[in-house]
Design a protein around this ligand. Sequence first.
Ligand code: FES
Ligand code: FE
Length: 371
Amino acid sequence: MTTQVSTSLIATLPGRSYTDPEVFERERERVFEALWVCAVRAADLGRAGAYRTVQVGRESVLITRARDGGLRAFLNVCRHRGARLCADDAGEVRRGLQCPYHAWTYGLDGRLVAAPNLTGMPDVDRTAYGLVAVALREWLGYAWVCLADEPPSFEETVVGDVTARLGDPAAIERYRLHDLAIGRRVRYDVRANWKLIVENFMECYHCATIHPELTDVLPEFTDGFAAQYYVGHGAAFGDEVRGFTVDGSAGFARLPEVADDQDRRYYAITVRPTVFVNLVPDHVILHRMFPLAVDRTVVECDWLYAPDVVASGADLSKSVELFHRVNEQDFAACERTQPAMSSRAYRQGGVLVPTEHHIGEFHDWVTRLLG
Ligand code: FES
Ligand code: FE
């Protein structure tokens, strides 16, 4: 629980929350393996046979495009003697997923379809020895997976959470994320605990100090009072700003269904535990975090545009550069913070000033989940 230090300062989590491998093990079990996490962009798995592997908590999860066109998720573990089935981050198979150890082969639907000498063992139940399925849902053009035996309601904990933050259930749908195309993807390997990255994303107290390009485009971020930017109204572009670009120059046409009151505004939403979404009139930026160790988090960031913009070969660089710089500035700040988490100066943690108080709610949420 966060404790009240005074009327204006709230204590953060203690330093060991960010450095103790035991805390991270509990988070793997009770956060990443218990809740829905955003795994892959569905369009990355274009045809039947395409697969990707992602780390979710302690598990490697394999996501495939099956012959019926749907996506399936499985634990990436051979049912014979437990070899890791697919070692690569991504790939494509023709005849099914074959284990490199003794060549058991699974269909794209997870069913065991062949094994050397299996004809001598007619009683092997090919379904019972199929890959272990993982719950999967598609939303916003991404596959979300949940490792829990009984996953929490996707509608309530993911969709409901996002729409509640935006105030208007239709707001995010108007960006039609599932129809957009990837213009750029950058993978950041951040030497920091995942909670530092979430906390940083949730506050704008640092914007004036480290984000000169962003505050030029969004002048209201200069005073740090941007907690409201994720509760629905969106931050307005500066009067002189023509687009959400690194120099404020024009971007692209407004996405067709984005409403007038969403135009020239920036919305940022945290979807716990591992996703950040930024909405601007002509594109969407979506971050997926993959916490790999107590002090290491891979963040995959997608810049999504109208398909005709990407197909036209338009120059996206000024558009991408703005948030790429913001990411580098943010992750450098997180990496600067991480080593000090083990300092005796931070044994009791730090403090949250009033514009950061909503981070206390995130701390309470994590603390509750860890029990
Ligand atoms: Fe996979 Fe033996 S461990 S076939
Ligand atoms: Fe930032």
